[in-house]
Design a protein around this ligand. Structure first.
Ligand SMILES: [Zn+2]
Length: 113
């Protein structure tokens, strides 16, 4: 087979899964390079870069999609987008412990002729 070049070793930065792939292989498309700004990088600097396998990438997509929605809600600056922070004591609870049998005159006494 001789000498072959153009291979790359991939390792997921999250789960540590590895793959040794020819760089022209379609399998390289199941690996993702992501860029992420953390909270201390938001006003400057380069984003962190990570390599993710397809499994971790799909989980990251779910995470970041929820994050996108939270940010869009926050950015809209409308009231009541944050979770309601009322004290829990004000919640009206159903009276389950109290005697639910409310003076049950089940026996029909009204025998009127
Ligand atoms: Zn992974």
């Amino acid at each position: 087979m001789g000498k072959q070049t153009g291979y790359a070793r991939y390792q997921c930065d999250r789960c540590s899964k590895t793959a040794f792939l020819q760089e022209s292989s379609v399998d390289t498309r199941t690996w993702y390079a992501i860029h992420r700004y953390s909270s201390n990088q938001i006003t400057g600097g380069e984003p962190d870069q990570y390599t993710l396998c397809s499994d971790c990438f799909s989980k990251y997509t779910q995470l970041i999609t929820a994050d996108d929605k939270a940010f869009a809600d926050w950015m809209s600056n409308k009231p009541n987008v944050l979770p309601d922070l009322k004290p829990s004591g004000t919640v009206t609870e159903p009276d389950t412990e109290k005697d639910a049998e409310t003076s049950g005159d089940s026996e029909t006494t009204g025998k009127t002729e």
